[in-house]
Design a protein around this ligand. Structure first.
Ligand code: TXA
Ligand code: MG
Length: 313
């Protein structure tokens, strides 16, 4: 694996210069690994879609080192300001209207008049973005339809020959994608549950509108594709016990579990382990079907259940 590099300062510097030149670089964030490309460069963005095999109606998140960089591209709203002050840098993505003079590739918006923006907190992401000195479009670094990568070798397994460099920063601490909220208009709309719990967002901006199933069919609220996070074997949720031929992915007290997301019933630990454990089960020939213990829906539990539901359809 020639292009898998420990995220030393020298490799981060090399990665930054590769990305400015239009190459693809995978890098860690506190949520999952991103497949980064220069967001000002149409060709680089096109190659992200190609590498992922991504349906082109699914737009990309643009990553910045600081909220100050966002103002040149997006129209900030009052609610955006409130969320930015409280949650950035962090695991929150905001959808905002593009500015008239926005120089980001139109391809990142996939035909919409909005852009999704995020300032991640992970120290390697931060130093990579600062050195790159360009906005970095980055979807999760997996082939479209497969699980998001939470470790560098997950990226190498599916995209190794398509990226110039993979910066290895170890396991992603949160292990689940960012929460996506549309604050381009007056209402704040939840497009994707994620690491930042809905309860914490609502404490800052009041009730969130949930994107309806109807929204999901329009290019308005994409990323709601049902089978977005599918492992290659069937998955059943809310399983008290495994059936014959099922492997149990446990939560809390689950003596029959082959792997346990969190034996103590800690939702944050479970989120961090979710994709890594699904990857392990998916790669195991002995595992023909996955059953998952019931998981509460409060806090980050909402996002865990959302990902499991997609993985089960
Ligand atoms: O944690 C994360 O969010 C990771 C890291 C790398 O930042 N990224 C990630 O990207 O999960 P991706 O491409 O797998 O998911 C991006 C989500 C999709 O659901 C996409 O549809 C939505 O954001 N999105 C992007 N731009 C949008 C826009 N302009 N309007 C509505 N939704 C948008
Ligand atoms: Mg993804």
């Amino acid at each position: 694996m020639d292009n898998l590099k420990p995220a030393s300062e020298m490799h981060i510097l090399q990665a930054a210069s590769l990305i400015r030149r239009g190459e693809l670089v995978a890098f860690p964030t506190e949520t999952v690994y991103g497949l980064g490309a220069n967001a000002l460069d149409d060709k680089a963005i096109a190659s992200v879609y190609a590498a992922k095999n991504r349906p082109d109606f699914n737009p990309l998140i643009i990553h910045f080192a600081s909220y100050k960089d966002v103002e040149s591209y997006a129209k900030l709203t009052e609610k955006a300001g409130m969320l930015i002050r409280r949650f950035w840098p962090g695991a929150l993505t905001l959808v905002l209207k593009r500015r008239q003079d926005c120089t980001l590739s139109k391809l990142v918006s996939a035909g919409l008049d909005t852009i999704a923006v995020r300032v991640p907190e992970h120290p390697i992401a931060q130093s990579f973005l600062r050195m790159a000195a360009c906005p970095v479009a980055a979807p999760s670094a997996n082939l479209s339809g497969l699980l998001s990568p939470t470790e560098a070798h997950h990226v190498a397994d599916s995209l190794e020959d398509k990226v110039a460099m993979i910066l290895d920063g170890g396991a992603c601490p949160a292990g689940l994608e960012s929460t996506v909220v549309d604050v381009s208009g007056e209402d704040a709309v939840l497009l994707r549950p994620g690491v930042v719990p809905v309860e914490e967002l609502e404490a800052v901006v009041g009730p969130l509108r949930k994107a309806s199933a109807k929204d999901a069919k329009k290019p308005h609220a994409p990323g709601q594709l049902k089978s977005h996070y599918a492992p290659s074997v069937p998955l059943r949720m809310n399983a008290k016990k495994p059936k014959e031929k099922e492997t149990l992915l446990g939560f809390g007290d689950a003596p029959e579990a082959t792997l346990n997301l969190s034996p103590t019933g800690d939702l944050i630990e479970a989120a961090a382990n979710l994709f890594a454990m699904l990857h392990i089960l998916d790669a195991d020939d002995a595992c023909k079907a996955i059953a998952v213990s019931p998981i509460p829906t409060d806090g980050i539990g909402l996002a865990i259940n959302d990902r499991l539901k997609r993985a089960s359809s």
